[in-house]
Design a protein around this ligand. Sequence first.
Ligand SMILES: [Zn+2]
Length: 501
Amino acid sequence: MPELPEVENTVRDLQEAGITGSRVIEAKVAWPRTVGGDSDSFCNRVRGRQLTAVNRRGKFVVLVFDDDLVGLLHLRMSGRLSIEPSESASGAYDRVTLVLDSSRELRFHDPRKFGRFLLHSSTDAERILGQLGVEPLDREAFSVEFFSRQLKGRRRRIKPLLLDQRVVSGLGNIYADESLWEAGIHPARTAASLQQAEIEALVAAIPRVLERAVAAGGTSLGAGHGNHRLPSGRSTDGQNGLQVYGKAGTACTRCGGTVARRILAQRSTHYCPRCQPEARIRGVLLDMDGTMIETERILIRSFQQAAAEWGLHLAYDDLLVTIGKTAEVSRELLRGILGEVVSFETCSTRAEELALEAIAIQGIARRPGLEEFLDELTRQGIPHAVATSTHRREAEYMLTQAGIRDRFSTMVCGDEVSRGKPAPEIYQRAAAQLGLEARDCLAIEDSEPGVRAAAAAGAHTVLIPDLVQPSTRARVAAARVCTTLVEVTALLRDGSILYDA
Ligand SMILES: [Zn+2]
């Protein structure tokens, strides 16, 4: 559990206690595994050595002795160091004790026994420490350029990458979560998905968070044996400054949202879904039929009434073509309803005309919540476009009838791109017209073919089924399934619309 701030404070306490220059008279090992298994060898090597320096590298306490000897201490879960008068009683969890010539003892206390205190030649110690990544408090080394190179092209998620001591040394679970919150970056984002501004924010946040924690003396959570304490016994206040770590369910101090917790790479991870969206949606692509317009319901009702009133003979397949519905389920629905009132004969010349007339009689219904959704997009400044396999003429007509044509300055229709079939190119072209890439966009669809085409283009997808319950395949294809546009608006508003980047 001790991370850079706790180790840094431990080292400062040891330096201030003035043990540098002391000679080791004797060593005692109560738990051989702490020193690598061979207690005698450990004691023989360190006995008589003079301590010349105490340093920190990553999460290691580095004890430099004369005669080419270096002690590398790792506190792991529960380790801590203390300096006690020689006459004071040793503790039950003191695993290693160095008796110093200044009538004091350096004790390595470690209830859970995961800590290690190993001796190396200076060459070996250098090799081990050389494998550690950059020191985040070294502002020159931990630069935006350095960090950008580390992230470039990596599919790995950012939180596990921050915990990797070979990239940045000293960060652990607490300060990785805190730094990501401070920078507004979701812990599950892939390294490669971070934008330049986000990399800069994170490179600034990490040392800021660590320096604050160092100044507070580090962090101590919980109580009892596992509780972290400093060698001098002075208090650690870092826990009071934590924003998300251990705060699941409480209000985010920045936005008032609720701090969430989830397991990521086997580690408990804390974040604010609102301040740290999993992917930043920079544009929204909306399908037409079913998504914005209640096409199926309206057309079925319209045709039913028109046909009944006019006693017309309608060509069933022509109707399907006209309203752009070829899905088997729509066919079945139409057949069922139309079958009651009309007989099917070829009547292709009048089909489209009749369809449009029927729509005009009934009016076009917007899906519930459409206006509120568009208003939210406008309020948040999220550009949006129509991306649909529907033919332009029909789409223009429906949007105009629905009174929302002026809400869209960008519109890409199927007949212009893919002969009316759902295709990734529709979404790519619509995103490009917004000045974005499809992967920056959220595509909202009501059907499986649309969701699959949008996902193939790289867009994040939401499925809001209209009449038909989505198939398992459709549910799998969609990043998220919502019941209504109202639900999508709520997610957009509280910022918790989450997608894998
Ligand atoms: Zn927040």
